[in-house]
Design a protein around this ligand. Structure first.
Ligand code: GLU
Length: 499
């Protein structure tokens, strides 16, 4: 086996990739890059019934959007291809034959109806039907039938599956990098189907054969595959192959309550569970999250740096990542935290970058403004934004004058003498030659002091006039931005409406 680290992400294209899947891909990517290894994408599409058109492309698009591209995979053929299991069928046939020849697997002819009957009978007695050493000699298979009968049935074209012959009375030693050592009694395992009647391998066979042939050194996957580990370990032994190392990642748990995060939680609480849009389901990307946000919050779902640091670039994660720092217990998903991350990443972007992102929203609103102006707006309001989509709500008054005034604020701020005070403010501002934030602030404040007025009588109503409500950054910055003419006009209009 090669000494170069090779890991794989092996999704089944049965639908859109859930963010839990993206996390598995991310951890594989980080581990590979940290160790100067290779990250492989293998599409496990042997279950034809569950195949969903477009899912493979979705997976590839999602990895690309997250900036965690694979080194080998569909469309990036390396020397271990093809990377779609449906294109590797003859290999599995060849390898299952090896197991049959070694006496590690056997043909089973039991119909699904007869197996169902067994299951039901067991259930009625409060037991579970397991196809294994208890009963395999009483069932319809090449262990119980005479060899001639087996040959005849196969020649006849009778339907069969190929099952793994679990070794009896073995304490199977398992090792997981995250969970440590475990032992499983082989007598509790069932003889899993390796090859189906439709001539396709099952996940277990295809997965082991491919991990071996693709020289995978570390299998990093979700905890839901831990129950398969004993079988996989036995399969490696049956073939006489060295098994890779295993690391089973903790589940991502619901924000509240028990159980793992599901699509329904997202629908109920209003957050995406997919990286990109998929049919009706909205993705993180389209919802306005930066890919850096998604990578960052996923990295911390199950892994911890051992410090208080929370913001990590992909490069930093790559430098710091280790499987030893992955937790055993489930990681609770926190949708509020994902927003917090987005806010942090938004603040990190330059005004120029954010202005570019804001531009199409403004265009949609029919607003034309030079990019330098948009940059200025962004610099004033970005502090309060979580998403670029929040910008409009936070800055509409920079581009259009308010067409109404917040009712509650008007009641509170507009006193009997406000109209006359605002008229005076109008004249004071009209006299300012250089209409900068500093100058207008200096002049208005001086006027307030000279007149022995309180700031509370002047500044809040002026904000209401300019913005339409009591929000927004430093008022004199807004005045400078909208300019003298527009400021004076807004004051006049408001006095007419509010007096
Ligand atoms: N095809 C499996 C899945 O959909 C892969 C599990 C593994 O990584 O072994 O998750």
């Amino acid at each position: 086996m090669s000494t170069k680290v090779r890991v794989r992400f092996a999704p089944s294209p049965t639908g859109p990739l859930h963010i839990g899947g993206v996390r598995t891909a991310l951890f594989n990517y980080l581990f590979a890059k940290k160790n100067n290894g290779e990250f492989i994408l293998r599409i496990e599409d042997t279950d034809q019934n569950r195949y969903v058109e477009g899912a493979e492309q979705y997976i590839i698009d999602a990895l690309n959007w997250c900036n965690i591209p694979f080194d080998e995979g569909p469309g990036k053929e390396g020397k271990f291809g093809p990377y779609r299991q449906s294109e590797r069928k003859p290999l599995y046939e060849e390898y299952v034959k090896i197991l049959l020849e070694k006496g590690k697997a056997y043909y089973a002819f039991d119909s699904s109806e007869s197996l169902d009957t067994h299951r039901k009978e067991h259930e009625e007695q409060g037991k579970t039907f397991i196809y294994n050493w208890h009963n395999r000699l009483k069932l319809d298979n090449s262990l119980s039938l005479m060899p001639e009968e087996v040959t005849k049935r196969i020649a006849n074209g009778d339907a069969y599956v190929i099952r793994f012959l679990t070794a009896p009375d073995e304490k199977i030693a398992l090792n997981d990098i995250i969970r440590g050592n475990m032992t499983i009694d082989s007598n509790v395992l069932d003889d899993k189907v390796l090859y189906k009647s439709d001539g396709m391998p099952t996940y277990h066979l295809a997965n082991i054969v491919d991990d071996h042939l693709m020289e995978i050194t570390h299998v990093i996957r979700g905890e839901e595959w831990l129950p398969s580990l004993a079988l996989h370990q036995q399969l490696y032994e049956a073939f006489g192959w060295q098994a890779p190392e295993f690391a089973h990642l903790p589940l991502i748990m619901k924000p509240v309550g028990k159980g793992k995060l599901s699509k329904r939680d997202g629908e109920k609480l209003g957050f995406p569970v997919f990286p990109l849009n998929w049919n009706e389901s909205v993705g993180y990307k389209e919802e306005g999250y930066f890919s850096e946000t998604v990578v960052n919050f996923l990295a911390l779902l199950g892994w911890n740096p051992g410090t208080e640091q929370e913001i990590f670039s992909l490069q930093e994660l790559t430098n710091l990542f280790s499987l030893e720092r992955v937790n055993k217990s489930g990681a609770r998903f926190d949708p509020d935290k994902t927003k917090w991350y987005n806010q942090q990443y938004l603040q990190q972007k330059t005004d120029a970058e954010l202005a570019e992102l804001y531009l199409p929203i403004l265009q949609e609103k029919g607003i034309e403004a030079p990019i330098s102006k948009i940059e200025k707006v962004v610099s004033l309001i970005k502090e309060r934004a979580v998403f670029v989509a929040d910008f409009w709500e936070l800055s509409d008054y920079m581009f259009v004058s308010p067409n109404s005034y917040d009712e509650k604020a008007s009641k509170k701020q507009w006193k009997e003498d406000t109209s006359s005070i605002m008229s005076e403010v109008h004249d004071v501002l009209a006299s300012v030659a250089e209409f900068s934030s500093e100058k207008t602030e200096q002049i208005v404040k001086k006027w307030i002091e000279d007149k022995e007025l309180s700031f509370g009588k002047v500044m809040p109503p002026l904000r209401l006039i300019i913005v339409g409500e009591m929000k927004g950054p430093h008022l004199f910055d807004i005045l400078e931005f909208i300019g003298k003419e527009e400021s004076l006009q807004r004051i006049k209009t408001a006095i007419n409406q509010l007096k």
